[in-house]
Design a protein around this ligand. Structure first.
Ligand code: TXA
Ligand code: MG
Length: 322
């Protein structure tokens, strides 16, 4: 058993990664569980630590963004336009993989997911390595993604040697994933930190890949994901409170306060109605409510626009575990 040290020592993280060890790193979206993407040993260790099924491929991270071209067969014009406009940032592109990327990293897929993070510590680390980093979110498979070093330590601290602490994540939800179908039409694989509207301004209308537990072209789009341990119901908070009298309940709202619920059992994601703030606080809020020893989390959907769409996607998946 290991006990992860938490610190800001980028050199130490690089040293461990060069030795094919797995290290938690900050990104602007969520913390990642990083290893050398070209090393089967490091990648196997990532799957083992996360308890992640081997059919669910990993995103590879590079900096500067130009290094993406080293790991893919070609960058189509639309992908280049997206990269120019939005990278580094919370965007992942799904492109035909170069033979240099091991099959284990992409779970045998001929496509590889690539992104260039915006977090300065992740950038500094990636720039000093001569290999890209495979990094899924640093949570046990199926649970809520971590947005602080402490979230990582609590769940994976006994399985990894080091957690690079870059503070709370600025975006708070995972990257938006975009790919192209066999007719070169753009496809949205995951809603995330870059609003769909911003992508569509560059690509035109996106086809949305439905969630599935069996769709082989989107192995990670599992319906029940981002799930807290306590059951979560999504709907009108007022009505749901009436339907569950006498229960120990936690409330997750967008802006509202509910006087009938103790303050420490409710979180308003953004009293001012700011979707960015709501995204940043979402996973911490779910973790907080999950740890209260309550019976039920009652939550409401946010406006279905901009980052609200991605937040609602996470809430629906958290609810579909029930
Ligand atoms: O913001 C993020 O993207 C974070 C940070 C750490 O970079 N990473 C992240 O990774 O969310 P992960 O592994 O938790 O989610 C990656 C998703 C999975 O649903 C996976 O199935 C999908 O990307 N994916 C990766 N490679 C793929 C491929 N070749 N084909 C289809 N889906 C792929
Ligand atoms: Mg994940």
């Amino acid at each position: 058993m290991k006990t992860a040290e938490t610190g800001k020592d980028i050199e130490r993280a690089a040293w461990l990664l060069r030795r094919e060890e797995v290290v938690a790193i900050p990104t602007e979206t969520v913390y990642g569980l990083a290893g050398n993407a070209l090393s089967n040993r490091a990648v196997s260790e990532i799957y083992a630590v996360k308890n992640r099924p081997a059919f669910d491929p990993l995103i590879i991270h590079v900096f500067p963004a130009e290094r993406i071209s080293n790991w893919v067969k070609a960058v189509p014009e639309q992908a280049l336009a997206l990269a120019d406009a939005l990278m580094p940032g919370p965007l992942t592109l799904l492109l035909p993989k170069s033979d240099l990327v091991p099959d284990l990293t992409t779970s045998g897929s001929s496509l590889v997911a690539v992104r260039s993070p915006r977090h300065p510590m992740a950038q500094e680390l990636l720039a000093m390595l001569d290999f890209p980093l495979a990094a899924p979110s640093a949570n046990p498979f199926g649970y809520i993604s971590p947005t602080t070093a402490e979230h990582v330590a609590r769940q994976l601290g006994d399985k990894i040697p080091y957690i690079l602490d870059g503070g709370p994540c600025e975006v708070g939800i995972e990257s938006t994933i975009v790919g192209w179908d066999e007719n070169s039409r753009p496809v949205l694989y995951r809603k995330g930190g870059i609003p769909v509207e911003e992508i569509e301004r560059i690509t035109g209308p996106l086809r949305v890949m439905p969630h599935s537990t069996s769709n082989p072209s989107a192995p990670g789009m599992l319906k029940s994901h981002y799930a807290p341990g306590v059951p979560l119901i999504l709907g009108s908070i007022r009505e749901l409170l009436d339907q569950h009298p006498g229960k120990r309940i936690g409330v997750l709202s967008f802006q509202s306060h509910f006087p009938q619920i103790p303050d420490e059992h409710q979180i308003a994601l953004s009293p001012a109605g700011d979707l960015k703030e709501a995204a940043r606080r979402l996973f911490s809020a779910l973790r907080h409510l999950d740890a209260l020893g309550i019976e039920l989390i009652i939550a409401e959907s946010l406006p279905e626009t901009s980052l609200g769409t991605a937040i609602n996607d996470r809430l629906r998946r958290a609810a579909s575990k029930n």
